[in-house]
Write a protein that binds this ligand. Structure first.
Ligand code: NAP
Length: 241
């Protein structure tokens, strides 16, 4: 099979080695490449690629852009409102979102009770996949925390009301600005004291300031590497169904 990752800037992508490792382990015969498309040429180039490849992964900024070209969506992709994997099924292109499965793999490592309140930091693309994963796993008490009070709760409200699972879906703390923490220092201890688990979608560095501070308090932590790997495994499984 010939599969590719579509994005605008892919020089830092880990997808090729990850897919090569999956293929070595499973015996899948996939040539996996990176395809950068400039945003102003997407509509011109993408229709040609649909004829050339057997499967796609899609990343920033095209996870919604590809949707008008598709014949259908999986339940997870429809729930998220964005796709990261395209699969040809009976001649039709179907959009899936394997970030949801990737996040569920992170969640399983902490395994909180279904009644556990979940606080998602950030309201971007990844936060929607996380919310869908939580819903599919039966969690109902889900909150967003945002810099924009119209999109979610404020940090003051987090400090006041938080308990349960804290999930960082912002880029704060990511390489190269590794000193950053998405929860301000003046409320961090107060928040962590009531945390049952802390998940951070960031995988570089391996341990963000948020995860380190949580681990030092004895709280279970998981970084984003398992999500990155499992979304790739789920994509390969869909291509080989
Ligand atoms: P995104 O669409 O840019 O959204 C990030 C959100 O974080 C924003 O919507 C914003 O929400 C908040 N935010 C952004 N900059 C911030 C800042 N300086 N301070 C506080 N909040 C900020 O990004 P994304 O695609 O959702 O990805 C988010 C993170 O998850 C990134 O670090 C990415 O690498 C990681 N990720 C990991 C995986 C994985 O497989 N492990 C998969 C996807 C994403 P508000 O405006 O509402 O505050």
């Amino acid at each position: 099979m010939k599969c590719t990752l579509l994005g605008e800037h892919l020089s830092h992508s880990l997808s090729v080695p990850i897919h090569e490792e999956i293929c070595r382990e499973t015996g899948y015969d996939v040539t996996y490449t990176l395809t950068e498309i400039p945003a102003d040429r997407f509509d011109e180039i993408f229709p040609h690629l649909l004829k050339e490849y057997d499967g796609f992964n899609v990343t920033i900024p095209y996870k919604k852009t590809v949707m008008p070209y598709l014949d259908g969506l999986s339940e997870s992709a429809a729930g998220v409102g964005a796709v990261n994997t395209l699969v040809k099924e009976n001649g039709k292109w179907i959009g899936h979102n394997t970030d949801v499965a990737g996040f569920k793999a992170m969640l399983r490592l902490v395994d909180p009770g279904k009644k556990c309140p979940c606080y998602i930091l950030g309201t971007g693309g990844a936060s929607l996949a996380v919310k869908q994963g939580l819903k599919e796993e039966g969690f109902t008490d889900i909150h967003f925390v945002s810099r924009d009070p119209a999109k979610g709760e404020t940090m003051e409200s987090l400090a006041e009301h938080f308990s349960g699972l804290l999930i960082n879906c912002t880029p704060v703390g990511m390489y190269p600005k590794t000193e950053g923490c998405p929860v301000p220092d003046d409320i961090l201890d107060r928040v962590l004291e009531r945390a049952e688990g802390v998940l951070d979608l960031i995988y570089n560095p391996e341990e963000t300031v948020l995860l380190r501070r949580a681990r030092e308090k004895g709280i279970p932590t998981v970084n984003g590497m398992i999500m990155l790997k499992e979304q790739a495994v789920a994509a390969e499984e869909l291509w080989h169904r």
